[in-house]
Design a protein around this ligand. Structure first.
Ligand SMILES: NC(=O)C1=CN([C@@H]2O[C@H](COP(=O)(O)OP(=O)(O)OC[C@H]3O[C@@H](n4cnc5c(N)ncnc54)[C@H](O)[C@@H]3O)[C@@H](O)[C@H]2O)C=CC1
Ligand SMILES: O=C(O)[C@@H]1CCC=N1
Length: 264
């Protein structure tokens, strides 16, 4: 086995889906363990990977192991597998708040670790992942992990001090965008549009706007101004958003998200 997952839930599925779709690693070389039988059966059915109820089996078989359980379970899982982890293996973490120094202390021996923060758009090959390798990772290992992550996302190696901001700006942010899309679609439905069409219009507008930011290099404020015709419709919508504290709500929500990440 090349790749193993401990926990086969939402984020693990998004990652394995991306890797299998891009044919980076075939499903037969991926193994996933989950305590929850329906969870691992779903992963087996959906992706054709090997599944097991034993985390130790994943460690005995995989070269790269993704710890894809909730942060609250990290300590238990590390205690369970730390004696079996070999020097050649690479552990990828995806949990907020679990620092490299905390992870190294829990393993209690030299282990190659890459702390990452992915997001669920990995599922459609449009993820954004930040990665911080620890001091035991060599250039070859970093390049291999980067290639894995690039199969489902854009990847940036960042200083670890930025990881809590990353949780807020890309790890959690798909949820805020889905709330926005849902709200925009609700308004369009209220304006008479059938719901499936409303989701398409709203989502495509978000996708196109995101592409404009990435591809034009223009400031988001300038792109906003290009939509706001004098005495037009958009500026009135922007006025109401400002009046209702849209910008501040986003910033405050993201600061809370960052604080929770730090506290985990
Ligand atoms: N869902 C998301 O958008 C993102 C999640 N993450 C991180 O990914 C990790 C997993 O999150 P999700 O996939 O959302 O959660 P999830 O709840 O969908 O999946 C976690 C899985 O771990 C299993 N599990 C729990 N304890 C276990 C144990 N001791 N041994 C084996 N399996 C065990 C659960 O049965 C569950 O299937 C978390 O650390 C989360 O913070 C990171 C970025 C984005
Ligand atoms: O909500 C969470 O805790 C995880 C981390 C980033 C996205 N989902």
């Amino acid at each position: 086995m090349k790749l193993g997952f401990i926990g086969t839930g939402n984020m693990a599925s998004a990652i394995m889906g991306g890797i299998i779709n891009k044919e980076i690693i075939p499903a037969e070389e991926i193994i996933g363990a989950d305590l929850f039988a329906p969870g691992r059966e779903k992963a087996q059915k959906q992706f054709g990977i090997h599944v097991t109820d034993s985390n130790k089996e994943v460690v005995s078989q995989a070269e790269v192991i993704v710890l894809s359980v909730k942060p609250q379970f990290y300590e238990d899982v590390i205690n369970e597998i730390k004696d079996d982890i070999r020097e050649s293996q690479i552990v990828i973490t995806i949990a907020p708040g679990k620092t490299l120094s905390w992870l190294e202390e829990k393993f209690g021996k030299p282990v190659k670790i890459v702390r990452t923060m992915p997001n669920t758009p990995a599922m459609v090959g449009e993820g954004m992942t930040a990665a911080c390798p620890n001091g035991h990772m060599d250039e070859e290992g970093i390049a291999y992990v980067k290639k894995l992550l690039e199969s489902f996302s854009q990847v940036e190696i960042v200083p670890e001090r930025l990881m809590d901001a990353v949780v807020s700006v890309s790890g959690s942010s798909p949820a805020y965008v889905f709330v926005l899309i849902e709200a925009m679609a609700d308004a369009a439905v209220s304006g008479g549009m059938p719901r499936p069409q409303a989701y398409k219009f709203a989502a495509q507008a978000v996708l196109g706007s995101a592409k404009m930011v990435l591809e034009t290099g223009k400031h988001p404020g300038e792109l906003k101004d290009m939509v706001c015709s004098p005495a037009g419709t958009t500026i009135e919508a922007v006025r109401v958003l400002e009046e209702r504290g849209f910008r501040s709500a986003v910033i405050e929500a993201m600061k809370v998200c960052e604080d929770i990440s730090k506290s985990l």
